[in-house]
Design a protein around this ligand. Structure first.
Ligand code: SAM
Length: 275
């Protein structure tokens, strides 16, 4: 018998792939968690029915959300990830030698435990001595810490359940306060095809707080529409002013110095969203 998993990406559209094995399922305090073995993408982490990451395409998302901010800041020593329990962003952050400490601020311990057990390719850096895991609500953590980080990366689930507050104006104000005086942050901000109101609202909220606000795009095959947006807010450094000849070559499959500025070149329909 064939087994298929479908994520209902919109009320009228599903993303379906063939499952060879259900490896693990759990109902955590915060969400339904599943690790599936898919034919097309290898192992897949699913939370509340939404694909979070897969072995085959995780590099697209994790590299884009990490290396753009880290190569925009000239000396990122202290970095925080809000969410990101699979550990993929921490793995990418620790490719930067100048990073002294990378904090993972994740609300759901069980996501980390399942990722460590079943997705070692992604979670492999979580036990690194430069990584520190803090189990708490990212909203609380950010509002309780001031002037602490060079870079904050918001690797959240979609804006439902505990992640709703990670897309609100008050959170971006707290992120501003939590960053050092020349700090910057980036957040995943969903699909320019299906989430135009969200992108518009987040962009304008960030723009009202940070002197520099930029939107960039990447391609992530398993996310709704494939086209994905990231919103960057910065107190001082502009990703478009980076001298790309000075960007160090690190081991990546998607990000490279030539792409750094090109990612910010937006199709006309996306320019319209943030106008
Ligand atoms: N890359 C994925 C995506 O875009 O779909 C997100 C991956 S990561 C698994 C998302 C994590 O955010 C989840 O593990 C979830 O538990 C965590 N999360 C959601 N709300 C949170 C909050 N308020 N504070 C900290 N972590 C949160």
């Amino acid at each position: 018998m064939e087994l298929w998993f479908t994520e209902q990406q919109t009320p009228d559209l599903g993303f379906t792939c063939k499952i060879t094995k259900t490896i693990y399922t759990a109902k955590t305090q915060y969400q339904d968690l599943a690790i599936l073995e898919t034919k097309q993408f290898g192992r897949m982490l699913v939370l509340d029915g939404a694909v979070q990451t897969t072995i085959a395409d995780e590099f697209c998302y994790h590299e884009l959300i990490s290396h753009v901010p880290l190569f925009t800041h000239p000396n990122p020593k202290k970095v925080a990830v809000i969410g990101g329990g699979d550990g993929g962003v921490i793995r990418e952050i620790l490719k930067h030698d100048e990073v002294e400490k990378a904090y993972l601020i994740e609300i759901d311990r069980e996501v980390i435990e399942a990722s460590k057990k079943y997705l070692p390719e992604i979670s492999c850096a979580l036990d690194d001595e430069r990584a520190e895991v803090v189990i708490t609500d990212g909203i609380k953590f950010v509002s309780e810490n001031k002037n602490m980080f060079d870079v904050i990366i918001v690797d959240s689930t979609d804006p439902v359940g505990p992640a709703v507050g990670l897309f609100q104006d008050s959170f971006y104000k707290a992120v501003f306060e939590c960053l050092k005086e020349d700090g910057l942050f980036v957040a995943q901000t969903e699909s320019p095809f299906y989430d135009q109101d969200l992108i518009k609202n987040v962009f304008h909220a960030v723009k009202s707080i940070f002197p520099i606000t930029r939107l960039y795009l990447g391609f992530i095959p398993t996310y709704p529409s494939g086209l994905w947006s990231f919103t960057l807010g910065s107190k001082k450094y502009d990703p478009l002013e980076v001298d790309i000849s000075k960007i160090k070559r690190i081991d990546t499959k998607y990000y490279n110095p030539e792409l750094h500025k090109a990612l910010f070149a937006l199709p006309t329909f996306v320019q319209e969203i943030i106008k």
